[in-house]
Design a protein around this ligand. Structure first.
Ligand code: GDD
Ligand code: MG
Length: 366
């Protein structure tokens, strides 16, 4: 059995990072998100995946081309314009073998027991089985009402606050019979959440599998950072032990540097004298942390620099971006690729700086 992984979206809520890096390739503990996806699918017993691509497909294909995945197959179905979630599934159909297929939203990090969901689907007469998880606020998701028999009673994408009747939402992991693919028109934009699921529900052929495993959609700065913290602290997966202090041997560590686990420091990083890299941070390849600078609970993409005395807390620093001397970046701020925050600026409250923007010294203070 194969999976279709939907990775064609623009990742607009994760801008400015996703102007340069597709959401599917953002790092968690210095591995691209797609590496976790492949592990998830393999653990569910699947033999391969078709990646349904659209926006920024090249970095995803480059990552997989020539990579040894021990027999797990990867195919690509690339759209020339956005076809939506159902259109993206239809576009991948030619790579399937005609049986049921698993479909996964390509931005969901989870420990869902996929093989159990598949088994439940096979026991039933459903045309589609959707995995559900519970969240505090369902308004950003697809709300799903079920009866005692796990038959779906209502599917409502992005409900308004006064339409929320349950905490159960669509976890973005489905098992579909081939008939469902036949319902999707080829070559045009179509939504599985708004067009296919409500129809299947009305026909009484849509079932649910409720999961209590770890689950997170990494599509916003807040949830991406939270997922990164969770991966670093081992909260995702089967609880296997790993190195909480993952510091590449080639990293240069100066005098009096503090590195507090859990962290991940990639090859080629330089931590200058007196720098602190606090818990739940991950530093991509070739990052430089200047003297007495502090990085805490943050994600730094490859080649990011934090200069002398600067502080980065709970924020995301894009590839090659630079935080100038004594500047402060905190409070879920996001810096796009190659931007420069000049000396002494203070960025807070989720401010986002577009790629390549240069903030002159002391020009911004929140
Ligand atoms: N190929 C392709 N083409 N993929 C797409 C397209 C498209 O036009 N549009 C979106 N995708 C991919 C995205 O890349 C993402 O991996 C997935 O489809 C879901 O799109 P999002 O934009 O992330 O949707 P969402 O998070 O608002 O809502 C969806 O996921 C929730 C769970 O995280 C819905 O399925 C909700 O019902 C669900 O609760
Ligand atoms: Mg999403």
């Amino acid at each position: 059995m194969k999976a279709i992984v939907l990775v064609g979206g623009q990742g607009s809520r994760l801008r400015p990072i996703t102007y340069d890096v597709p959401k599917a390739m953002v790092p968690l503990r210095n591995r691209p998100f797609m590496a976790f996806m492949v592990e998830f699918l393999r653990a569910g017993g699947l033999g391969g995946a078709v990646l349904s691509l659209g926006y920024l497909p090249d970095p995803i294909q480059e990552y997989f081309d020539g990579r040894n995945l021990d027999g797990f197959s990867i195919d690509y179905a690339v759209e020339d314009r956005a076809l939506g979630t159902a259109g993206g599934i239809k576009n991948a159909e030619e790579y399937l073998d005609g049986g049921p297929v698993v479909v996964v939203n390509g931005d969901v990090l989870s420990g869902v027991r996929l093989s159990e969901a598949i088994a439940k689907h096979k026991e039933s007469d459903a045309l589609a089985t959707i995995t559900l998880t519970s969240v505090e606020d369902p308004t950003a998701y697809g709300l799903v009402e079920v009866d005692h028999d796990m038959l779906v009673r209502r599917f409502l994408e992005k409900p308004a606050a006064d339409e929320v009747t349950t905490n159960l939402i669509n976890a973005g992991i489905y098992v579909l019979e081939p008939e469902v693919l036949n319902m999707i028109p080829a070559g045009r934009e179509f939504s599985i959440e708004r067009e296919i699921f409500p129809y299947l529900q009305a026909e009484g052929r849509l079932r649910a599998y409720v999961s209590s495993s770890y689950w997170k959609d990494i599509g916003t700065p807040r949830s991406y950072l939270a997922a990164s913290h969770d991966v670093l602290s081992g909260a995702v997966g089967a609880g296997e032990s790993f190195d909480f202090l993952q510091v590449a041997p080639s990293a240069e560590i100066g005098k009096g540097v503090k590195v507090l686990p859990p962290v991940s420091v990639a090859p080629g990083c330089v931590l200058e004298n007196g720098a602190t890299v606090g818990g739940r941070s991950s530093l991509g390849r070739g990052c430089r942390i200047g003297e007495d600078a502090i990085v805490e609970g943050s994600i730094l993409f490859d080649g990011a620099e934090v200069e002398t005395g600067a502080v980065v807390r709970g924020s995301i620093i894009g590839p090659g971006a630079r935080v100038g001397q004594d500047a402060i970046v905190r409070g879920l701020s996001v810096l796009g690729a190659r931007c420069v925050v000049g000396e002494g600026n203070v960025l807070d409250q989720g401010v986002r700086i577009n790629p390549g923007v240069v903030l002159p010294p002391r020009s911004m203070s929140f």
